[in-house]
Design a protein around this ligand. Structure first.
Ligand SMILES: [Zn+2]
Length: 498
């Protein structure tokens, strides 16, 4: 049985690698005119993969192997494969295909509606997507997983309404008052940072140094550009990142590069023995995001980081940054602005944007909110948690792509990732001196710690086991709020002194 299973795996991997490369190329360097031709080839390959994955011989082999007394990583591999095929078997094929067709068109309808700030134009499509999601829930419900929990569990195993309610309750009670209270703090920055223009070729020089600084392995990855930065990996030896440059913002590309390299380093450090199996790559969205956020915020936005690397940036932008000190730059990259757009949010207010989306999704799936009332509820919650009056739906309920592609249950993992990161960072600091590593230009030491405690496992352990294994405690959101309050109290104090 194992032989049959492995033979299928080999073939599926070859097609999937080709598909992945075509997708990567599409996002980065492919000529625009190739789109239609590529789509035809993609469809053929996707169909081939689907046929192989659902081949009766393969399914029978997995069913049989799941009954055997397996041990070690192969046991977990088969458990995950079995879970995946059992879920697919529960969804009627015709409905599944109809939904894929809907999803392939819906993001364009959303993009158009967003452009015109016209929620009504998107509403019928959104309603169809939600109807399917509700059916999906019914198909996939188990004795222990019901309702919205089914969707939440797809992105983060063992995290359901009960766990997220506790998490967001802590944010609501401790973080919201802090954010609203500190809204009055006057933050001042050198005007060159606010109104400057920063040559993109020069930005690239610094961004490419980041690979070296963070030990993102260029033998196993590349850095390219795309409209929205992302990381994409299939095996530990091929994990690629992109970044996006903005001439008006000196730090936008820097932090998106650090963020994506955090994702990339995670996948590069998974045990190479898992390459080509379901165990390779990150275990969940939340754990993945914890690694990118740890690099972006705890390392990249730290005082130690800019004390160490600011001179290099200043040398590149000698004219622009001549009068800007490392202290001023550190404060600038930690600027706080309660704002409408999630992807532009700062570290302090980011998770409040997520809390709003979570409340909305929960209400949609327990029947307390109808899709047509989304804008009203959205605007009410932005007022309540961020003190903002939403101007129009493009800046409000239409801003994110997620719901248009049926990604319900995904948002909460973004906030969870930041919270995991704070707990991991706390324990890592007890074992190694993180600041000193940064100052010594020895971030490799941090990577080694992460490899040993988190990265090497890939999907071998569940997210819950990863957190317990790395921090010796179950997940506790208080680490996150305490970290934020402590960090931003210090930051805001610096404005009073200066
Ligand atoms: Zn990310």
């Amino acid at each position: 049985m194992k032989q049959i299973y492995e033979q299928f795996k080999k073939e599926i991997n070859a097609y999937k690698y080709a598909l992945w490369l075509m997708g990567w190329d599409d996002e980065t360097e492919a000529p625009k005119a190739s789109k239609a031709y590529r789509t035809e080839q993609l469809e053929v390959l996707y169909t081939l993969v689907y046929k192989l994955e659902m081949d009766e011989k393969r399914l029978a082999a997995i069913d049989q192997l799941a009954k055997e007394n397996l041990t070690g990583p192969f046991k977990r591999e088969i458990e995950l494969e079995k879970k995946g095929i059992d879920q697919l078997r529960k969804i009627p094929q015709a409905e599944y295909i109809a939904y894929q067709v809907l999803i392939s068109k819906s993001s364009q309808i959303w993009a158009e509606a967003k452009k015109n700030s016209d929620f009504e134009a998107f509403l019928p499509t959104l309603e169809e997507i939600i109807v399917f999601q509700k059916k999906l829930i019914k198909y996939l419900e188990t004795d222990t997983l019901k309702g919205y929990d089914v969707l939440l569990d797809m992105y983060e195993e063992n995290m359901g309404i009960k766990e997220y309610d506790e998490f967001f309750k802590v944010l609501n009670e401790k973080l919201v008052p802090f954010v609203l209270k500190t809204a009055k703090v006057k933050q001042k920055f050198p005007s060159v940072l606010l109104k400057g223009s920063f040559n993109i070729e020069k930005q690239k020089q610094f961004n490419h140094r980041l690979a070296d600084i963070l030990s993102y392995d260029l033998k196993k990855g590349v850095i390219k550009e795309s409209v929205h930065p992302f990381t994409s990996g299939v095996v530990s030896v091929d994990t690629r990142v992109t970044t996006a440059y903005r001439e008006d913002l000196i730090d936008a590309a820097i932090f998106s590069t650090i963020h994506e390299m955090g994702h990339g380093i995670y996948e590069q450090q998974v045990n190479p023995e898992f390459d080509g199996s379901i165990l390779s790559g990150g275990v969940s969205m939340g754990i993945h995001e914890s690694q990118s956020r740890l690099f972006e915020n705890m390392i990249g936005r730290s005082k130690a980081f800019w004390d160490t690397y600011y001179p290099a940036l200043q040398q590149i932008f000698a004219k622009e940054l001549k009068k800007v000190t490392a202290e001023q730059f550190h404060l600038y990259v930690n600027r706080v602005k309660r704002d409408f757009i999630r992807i532009e949010a700062d570290e302090l207010t980011y998770s409040l944007h997520i809390m709003i989306r979570y409340e909305i999704e929960k209400a949609l799936f327990n029947g307390k909110l109808q899709p047509k009332d989304l804008p009203k509820t959205w605007n009410k919650l932005y007022k309540k948690y961020l003190g903002l009056t939403v101007k129009n739906d493009a800046f409000g309920v239409l801003q994110d792509i997620h719901w248009s592609i049926g990604s319900f249950g995904y948002f909460p993992t973004y906030a969870l990732g930041s919270a995991y990161a704070a707990q991991i960072y706390d324990v890592m600091n007890q074992e190694i001196d993180v600041e000193q590593c940064i100052k010594n230009n020895d971030i490799r030491k941090i990577n080694r710690w992460l490899r040993e405690h988190i990265h090497q496992y890939g999907k071998l352990k569940t997210p819950k086991e990863i957190i317990l294994n790395a921090t010796n405690k179950p997940f506790d959101p208080n680490y996150y709020v305490d970290y934020l309050v402590k960090k931003y109290t210090t930051i805001f104090k610096a404005y009073e002194v200066n």
